[in-house]
Design a protein around this ligand. Structure first.
Ligand SMILES: C=C(O[C@H]1C=CC=C(C(=O)O)[C@@H]1O)C(=O)O
Length: 422
């Protein structure tokens, strides 16, 4: 049985608008906080009204973790008694989800919190979700919150591969690509940090949201990070997505910053890497969407640590295609897998020597009207008790240089490394 329950409880859901102006993060308890936030708006949640666990799949190209998750969630939401006069994306019942990169990994789950506080376009709401009808009013928010706890000293360790061994894996990927086996593969590595006591996820969220306001700061079932990559947003029939591929660090001063940006925007290697990502988006959307639009040339997305080539794309999903169907079709994008996808994923399995778990997998939320936002879990760590496992990866093409890719991975690690540093 795929779900944690055999017959789902009937949920009573109520949403009310609030005058509350406090930052959404201030509401979160330390235990298992749920969060999807950008520029102060989004959703935070806690408690667990329902949980759907999706097992590892046998098919190496399987997508049943998404389709089965969507089916069970639709059942649960269809049964719910909903009182939602606010009716904005994210009001009424919502589920937060984190899915594994590889179908054969375990850990994919959808979590329906018991309390959600949301904010969009300056409007704030509170939703309570329970097995029985619970009140939705600010009293739900008045439980005393413990102060944020610093992380304390950390002991850092290598993950599956040392930086040097990972450089060797990059060199091998370049060799295979030059040999014609594939065009691009995104190789990642992990690092481990051990604290002296349990890590307070809210401390990390506070730092990530402060340092990366243009990214989606997320916390879903132990995966925490600030991702710049929007796999898809669907608030009405139209789907939007932000394709990223091609990276340079930020410069130490405006002149160096501009030089690096110009270098990135003129780099044949990076433009090629980006073109693969756009082509793969167009190809994967073709059967499920119409009117796919993407700019001719990518623009620039500047974050505190790196700058990326970025293309905002949009499309119209065909009738009957749900947002999780679109997630299933789009994952893995060329930004986290490669091109062609099957060859790239095989090479990743062979060369990385680790289980990515939910790193580089879809993370986000969906409501009962199938509105939602799904990103890719990047610039993130898996936090469990006193341990954090950090991930970073780079797109490898024929011209990639292992030393430059190792430096680029370090720049990407910085996001979550700094969030862990007091
Ligand atoms: C795989 C990661 O980033 C991807 C997203 C944007 C740019 C990328 C790049 O330029 O290599 C990566 O494809 C990561 O941050 O772990």
């Amino acid at each position: 049985m795929n779900a944690a329950f055999d017959s789902p409880p009937r949920l009573a859901v109520r949403t009310v608008e609030l005058r509350d102006r406090r930052g959404l993060l201030t509401h979160l308890p330390a235990a298992a906080p749920l969060c999807w936030l950008r520029s102060g708006e989004g959703l935070v949640g806690w408690g667990q009204a329902a949980r759907i666990e999706l097992p590892a799949e046998e098919d190496p190209r399987g997508t049943s973790r998404f389709t089965e998750g969507a089916r069970r969630l639709a059942e649960l939401f269809a049964e719910a008694a909903v009182d939602d006069p606010v009716d904005l994306p994210g009001t009424g019942p919502v589920a937060f989800g984190a899915f594994t990169f590889d179908p054969r990994s375990s850990g994919s789950a959808l979590v329906v919190p018991s309390v959600v506080v949301g904010r969009r376009d300056g409007r704030t709401w509170l939703t309570t979700i329970g097995g029985h009808r619970v009140g939705a009013h600010p009293a739900e928010l008045s439980a005393p919150r413990t102060p944020l706890r610093p992380v304390g000293p950390l002991i850092w360790g290598e993950g599956a591969l040392s930086a040097q061994a990972w450089g060797g894996a990059v060199a091998e990927a370049v060799r295979r690509i030059r040999g014609g086996a594939l065009h691009k593969a995104v190789l990642a590595r992990d690092l481990v940090a051990d604290a002296e006591r349990g890590i307070d996820p809210r401390t990390l969220l506070d730092r990530l949201a402060g340092g990366y306001p243009d990214c989606f700061t997320f916390s879903i079932d132990g995966m925490l990070g600030a991702t710049p990559e929007l796999l898809l947003r669907r608030f009405d029939g139209r789907l939007s997505s932000l394709v990223l591929a091609g990276t340079r660090p930020r410069g130490a001063d405006p002149a160096e910053d501009a030089r690096l940006a110009a270098e990135l925007q003129g780099s044949a290697k990076d433009l090629e890497e980006h073109a693969y990502a756009i082509d793969s988006l167009r190809r994967t959307l073709a059967p499920i969407a119409e009117r796919v639009e993407a700019p001719e040339r990518p623009g620039l997305l500047r974050l505190a640590n790196v700058q990326h080539l970025a293309s905002p794309a949009s499309a119209e999903l065909r009738p009957g295609v749900s947002s999780l169907d679109a997630v299933a079709a789009l994952h893995p994008t060329a930004a986290v897998g490669g091109t062609p996808t099957p060859e790239a994923v095989e090479l990743i399995r062979e060369l990385e020597r680790m289980d990515r778990g939910r790193y580089a997998g879809p993370v986000g939320w969906v409501d009962a009207r199938d509105r939602g936002e799904w990103g890719i879990a990047l610039r993130c760590a898996e936090v469990s008790g006193s341990r954090a496992r950090l991930f970073a990866g780079c797109g490898i093409v024929a011209d990639s240089d292992p030393a430059a890719e190792t430096a680029e991975a370090d720049a990407k690690f910085r996001v979550i490394r700094e969030a862990l540093t007091d």
